[in-house]
Design a protein around this ligand. Structure first.
Ligand code: NAP
Length: 277
């Protein structure tokens, strides 16, 4: 019998039952024949520190972190990546053998990798990108777009001061557009990204006038339940390239898997099918 312990990983959140991460990582573990386990961990805020300090002692090599812990885990890490600092949140912790906890944010990587997969012709430097929303996901998207060299980012949010705050933080490349005029920013946009929760099952639709979008515009919705949101349906029906949000979820998981289990995983159609169940 082997004396080596089986590496464990998981996702920590509250609630957690809806998480697709166990299915996703479980598929990769099986595909690559890795003797490891990935489990959902329901952890309320009051237990977060105790649980995270205990996990490495129980054989965990790392965890994903989801709502509502993405900000608070940063204070528990010994080292926080520049990306996570910039975004102000972490979604991936790695427990090093020396006991140190590393925090990173891979949402921006997931976002860009999804666009590269589905819109390989898109050159980020080719023109402006319009972004709806100024919440946590928008921060990762804006950092990734700026990093990729997008020359101008039009940003519109229902609560304008939140968009202004992002502009103050991320610089002059971000131009704030009032929510009631959000339709105007679509005319010059090479790509459009919805980072609001509008369009999600159980939420309102995004009601911004979309007729300014030109044919060929890349339209990405971060919402992936449903897979085809009303925004993506409009895009498809009007000659735009619609990119759903599932790929971002799949790609953001890859860096963690690689660090914890030592194998670079592939995101492909089979994985999409497995995760969609
Ligand atoms: P968040 O921080 O709570 O931000 C929510 C955003 O939605 C804010 O900009 C908010 O505007 C806007 N919003 C909510 N209700 C609205 C309404 N009725 N009218 C106009 N705007 C409204 O959430 P988040 O973490 O950024 O997540 C946003 C969405 O992205 C969620 O659906 C999430 O599932 C999805 N997401 C997907 C991925 C992926 O991998 N595909 C990753 C991360 C997030 P206000 O500021 O005005 O409230």
């Amino acid at each position: 019998m082997s004396t080596q312990s089986i590496p464990l990983a998981g996702v920590v959140g509250d609630p957690i039952a809806h998480s697709k991460s166990p299915r996703l990582h479980g598929h990769w573990l099986k595909r690559y024949g890795i003797e490891g386990q990935y489990v959902p961990l329901h952890v309320p805020e009051s237990d977060l520190e105790t649980v995270i300090r205990a996990l490495p002692k129980m054989g965990f090599v790392g965890i994903n972190v989801t709502i509502p812990h993405k900000i608070s885990v940063m204070s528990l890490a010994d080292q926080v990546s520049d990306r996570a600092i910039l975004i102000g949140a972490a979604n991936t912790l790695t427990f090093r053998p020396d006991g140190k906890i590393l925090a990173d944010n891979t949402d921006g990587h997931g976002f860009m990798a999804n666009l590269k997969d589905h819109a390989p012709e898109w050159d980020p430097k080719s023109g402006p990108v319009a972004v709806f929303g100024a919440g946590g996901a928008a921060r990762a998207v804006i950092v990734a777009l700026a990093d990729a060299g997008v020359p101008e980012i039009f940003l519109s949010n229902r609560t304008r001061p939140k968009a202004e705050a992002l502009k103050a933080e991320f610089g002059t490349r971000v131009q704030v557009v009032d929510w009631v005029q959000a339709g105007n920013m679509l005319e010059d946009a090479k790509a459009v990204v919805n980072t609001t929760s509008l369009g999600m099952v159980g939420k309102l639709e995004l009601r911004v006038p979309l007729d300014g979008m030109k044919e060929g515009t890349i339209v990405n919705d971060l919402v992936y339940t449903p897979l085809e949101t009303p925004l993506l349906k409009y895009a498809k029906d009007n000659g735009c390239l619609a990119v759903d949000g599932l790929g971002m979820l799949l790609h953001q998981a890859a860096p963690g898997f690689e660090r914890w289990f030592g194998q670079t995983p592939t995101v492909d159609d089979e994985l999409r099918r497995v995760v969609l169940g």
